[in-house]
Design a protein around this ligand. Sequence first.
Ligand code: NAD
Length: 247
Amino acid sequence: MSLERAAALVAAARHVVVFTGAGMSAESGVPTFRDDLTGLWARYDAGNLATPEAFHADPDLVWGWYAWRAARARAAEPNAGHRAVAALEAAIPATTVVTQNVDDLHERAGSTAPIHLHGSLFAPRCVGDGAHPAALIDAEEPDEGRRIAPPRCVTCGALVRPGVVWFGEALPEAALHAAVAAAAGCDVLLTVGTSGVVYPAAEIPRIAARAGAAVIQVNPDATPLDAVSTVNLRGTAATLLPALVPA
Ligand code: NAD
């Protein structure tokens, strides 16, 4: 019943925003943040690995973790949920994908220009001049728990860092601006696989709700976004999203 209601809302929409988090890629085998800190990484927490302070204190540890994550993301394939998001854009051209994910599975599924609020595993940059050097995070699968020295910038010799937004860092201004504008102007916002607790990204569905859009949530678990959701679909991205694509 609620699935039919959600599909009807999407079918009637002119501008849809799809806001995604780590749960979107879970069925592709890319773990959510909590599940990522397993095995040999389990003795660390995100504060040891995903902050500027952590990189400053131990760049080899942090680069090793991101190299491991990048290798796993590269080996993953888009799931039926990513493909449904791309199909939604084909059916409703004014569809904006806003992701907190740092993998590239939306692009590989066919979404044309997903907005990456938290950067990318595949766009490392120099800590000195901010440029994006040619050096990429190692393509081969690094050993779990292995330290790897980051490359040096080809221009200035400074360390190269992962091109992701770490805790305590500002989001890329243009991406945030575009995401806020899309959320404020859409009829329907689909929030998929996000716990809705990482700010300011978690404001995006709330902005849409305040502006009068219908918010449809896809998540197997309850989240704080239940409170702003018009329709709550309890289930996974790959199983539910295909049913929301207009025929
Ligand atoms: P999160 O880990 O806080 O929450 C994930 C949410 O997904 C949870 O609410 C969970 O119930 C739900 N979920 C799990 N499996 C699902 C499925 N199959 N279908 C639908 N929902 C499912 O993730 P978040 O809200 O994105 O925030 C954490 C931060 O971690 C973000 O900043 C993100 O950038 C980063 N992150 C990204 C990736 C990635 O790029 N794939 C992976 C891990 C973490």
